[in-house]
Design a protein around this ligand. Structure first.
Ligand SMILES: [Zn+2]
Length: 222
């Protein structure tokens, strides 16, 4: 793995590390790249934060081809984000992933910024308005815990849950359930301090798990 001294970005060493990695993988499994080039069959869609400290495949011990990934600041899932929706549609309809994992992480800079009333970061602030909305909707519960890390940690968890339900409310996921496809949505949070993922115990695996007003006619069987 390439490690940069602070402030130095030696891309030549990154490319050299890539060649060394490819050679090592080929030596261990001569068919590895040939097999992968033939197609992907991941069972999991990972929707996580763009934070460089949370590399999905690496922290899950998975190999290339095992995780379909979408990342943005603070793992937000807005209903109107065509980038996100295209990823979810491809993952569910074409790849037929069985699990969608929304993965937040404690110490998330995006979530912290969304709690700061004095941020003026243009596009970042616009994007984090989604997280501010989550804070506002759960203000009573959030402000019942101490300000600072405990409250930020709770907002990270609530934000993951909100993203997970937003996904469950999409026609993409509900149509999959209506045709009998198995797709389960989960909520996880990664701890930067020890590298451990906490499962929030959230499991949304059918239209019966979401509020009636969000259920599509097809999902209700009408
Ligand atoms: Zn983050």
């Amino acid at each position: 793995m390439a490690h940069f001294p602070s402030g130095e970005h030696d891309l030549d060493s990154v490319l050299a590390a890539n060649r060394a990695w490819a050679a090592r993988v080929s030596a261990e499994d001569p068919d590895f790249f040939h097999t992968l080039a033939g197609g992907q069959h991941p069972k999991i869609l990972w929707i996580g934060c763009s934070d460089s400290r949370v590399p999905p495949s690496e922290i899950c011990g998975l190999h290339p081809g095992e995780l379909f990934v979408h990342r943005n600041i603070a793992n937000v899932c807005p209903h109107s984000d065509t980038n996100l929706l295209a990823v979810v549609q491809y993952a569910v309809q074409e790849l037929k992933v069985e699990h969608i994992v929304v993965a937040g992480h404690y110490g998330c800079g995006g979530v912290n910024a969304a709690m700061d009333p004095h941020q003026h970061n243009g596009a970042i602030d616009d994007w984090l308005m989604h997280v501010r909305d989550v804070y506002h909707a759960h203000r009573k519960r959030l402000e019942a815990v101490p300000a600072g890390e405990p409250r930020a940690n709770l907002l990270v968890e609530v934000n993951v849950v909100k993203s997970a339900f937003n996904l469950a409310h999409t026609p993409i996921v509900q149509k999959a359930w209506a045709r009998g496809q198995k797709v389960a949505i989960h909520g996880w949070v990664y701890r930067l301090e020890d590298g451990i993922i906490k499962d929030l115990g959230l499991l949304i695996d059918g239209a019966h798990k979401i509020d009636a007003e969000y259920r599509m006619c097809a999902a209700r069987g009408e």
